[in-house]
Design a protein around this ligand. Structure first.
Ligand code: SF4
Length: 231
């Protein structure tokens, strides 16, 4: 059994590693493993080099494990990010290995594979789910028809499971109006989401703007946890 797990996660294509961060897993010191490949094509993607699923791994999974063994007792958690980690069949085995080393496990996902997300949840302590927009605006943002239904199904999956999670929305005024962002937050609250992070999009084509105090107060209202971030 152990041998099969090692064989499976060895296929995880890792494109990079952040050795220590305090902002990618709330309340924990974490390493971040970046996974290669994503089927969507968001105009504001900050990791375009990670999107090609066929690109060779920049780092062997065994090297990641060797690094983590040196950090036992020093780091609390490992977050799998990307790209889209759920694209890779080796993810669950990798999560199991990371947990067996004593680390909490986290996942950043776009929610595009609700069934794979369900299968991974027993092996996860925390999830950051992108909710990029109201469902009808998704295809325009991700350049992928049907993407909105997938992401919102991913949200239902998290709500039904009871895992601790945060919804994350990347926004600038060119994507959709502020009123829609506010309504998006209210809609998430109404479904039972407790933690929301709004990430200010700073791509070169995004018009520069600043939150007003009123906007910040309106966004933050009613959450158990609310964060404004620069992305
Ligand atoms: S889902 Fe995430 S990784 Fe994929 S293209 Fe969009 S921003 Fe980039």
């Amino acid at each position: 059994m152990g041998h099969r797990i090692l064989h499976s996660s060895a296929a995880l294509r890792v494109s990079g590693l952040t050795r220590m961060t305090s902002i990618d897993f709330p309340g924990k010191l974490a390493a971040v493993v970046f996974c290669q490949g994503c089927p969507w094509r968001c105009g504001y993607c900050h990791n375009p080099d990670l999107l090609d699923a066929t690109a060779p791994a920049a780092m062997a999974w065994g090297a990641v494990l060797a690094f983590l063994r040196q950090r036992q007792g020093l780091l609390d958690a490992v977050v799998f990010s990307g790209g889209e980690p759920l694209l890779q069949p080796g993810l669950v085995a990798a999560l199991q290995e990371v947990r067996s080393l004593g680390f909490a496990t986290g996942l950043h996902t776009g929610g595009m594979y609700p069934e794979r997300l369900s299968a991974a949840l027993p092996h996860l302590d925390w999830v950051g789910l992108d909710i990029k927009a109201p469902e009808g605006d998704y295809a325009r943002i991700t350049a992928t028809p049907g993407s909105g239904a997938k992401a919102w199904a991913g949200l239902q999956c998290l709500l039904a499971n009871g895992v601790v999670f945060e919804c994350r929305t990347t926004w600038h005024p060119g994507l959709f109006p502020f009123a829609d962002l506010l309504a998006l937050g209210r809609s998430l609250q109404a479904r039972g989401v407790r933690h929301w992070a709004v990430q200010q999009c700073r791509t070169p084509d995004a018009v520069p703007w600043h939150w007003t105090a009123e906007q910040q107060a309106a966004l933050a209202q009613g959450w158990h946890g609310f964060t404004l971030r620069n992305s």
